[in-house]
Ligand binder design. Sequence first.
Ligand code: 5GP
Ligand code: MN
Length: 338
Amino acid sequence: MNSEDVKALKALLSKPLRIVIVPHKNPDGDAIGSSLGLWHYLKSIGHEVRVIVPNDYPKFLKWMPGTNEVLNFERDNAAAVQYLNSSDLCFTLDFNQLGRVGQMTPILEGLQATFIMIDHHQAPDNYAQITYSDSKMSSTSEMVFNFINSLGDVNMITSEIADCLYAGIVTDTGSFKYSSTTSKTHLVAAELINKGANNFEVQNQIFDTNTPSKLQLLGCALKNMVILKEYNTAYTCLSQEELDAHNYKKGDTEGFVNYGLTLQNILFAVIFIENKEERIIKISFRSEGNFSVNEFARNHFHGGGHTNAAGGRSESDMEGTIKHFEALLENYRDQLSK
Ligand code: 5GP
Ligand code: MN
């Protein structure tokens, strides 16, 4: 954040406000961790604050302190709309286009509130009065730490805030493994542990709370994997039938796409997941190195994200979607060669 923004923020936050914090649809660990970390902080400096999620999030994130006070726009619609419409300030976290909040989009577009964006995706839209956007950051949670630090309040970071932000950093970096992890990320994580983050317990809650049916679903995805050697690409898919047969719960497929990248020489990994209710195929893209899945998702699958991790969707059926995907690869032969 530049010093002008910090000055403007200090002035804005100097009197008690009604604040709403909104993460993207299908919120992940970073979206929830950054939102709840910021929620605890803003409450502690005297504001009225609510986190409103566009829809539900996975159970493995529901241990985070404050989770019971989160409003779900789908489930608690009337209360959420009322709060949104009367808010002074709207923080949007872990996304940079208003379309990323699904059904909430028209409401956010109509708000009178001042918008503040904190986000680490590429190519931010210009809807916020204050935009703290940095695509080099590991996570929005690391940025919330910087945000609190810039306001001179690092000493106000409690163990609750630290747990939430640590969880967001851990999920978005694959436990400090992805290339977005910097020495600064480790310094922030260390500072969060000093402030009381229980690093072992956080990792345990996120990664070691699997159910047998989830692991069997992973087995199914691994069995379905197709390796396209000539493009250094691996993809897999899960049909609605397969999800149903494994008692699928929200979040169960989180991380499955990464297994393709663990294969030697594979640079591009994809998972296609059928969603019969929304009549779409949800797609996750991951890459190693310079091949930009953000651009691939933006150009071909109505999506976006980061250079090495992006998402998108298709309105065709599974067979048509995969055919289309395979046909596209020829155009990327050079970029995908080792
Ligand atoms: P995932 O594949 O885990 O859903 O998402 C990977 C990354 O891409 C995340 O940072 C997520 O925010 C972003 N992402 C996922 N789906 C979409 C999408 O439909 N549009 C855009 N712009 N970003 C997405
Ligand atoms: Mn993120």
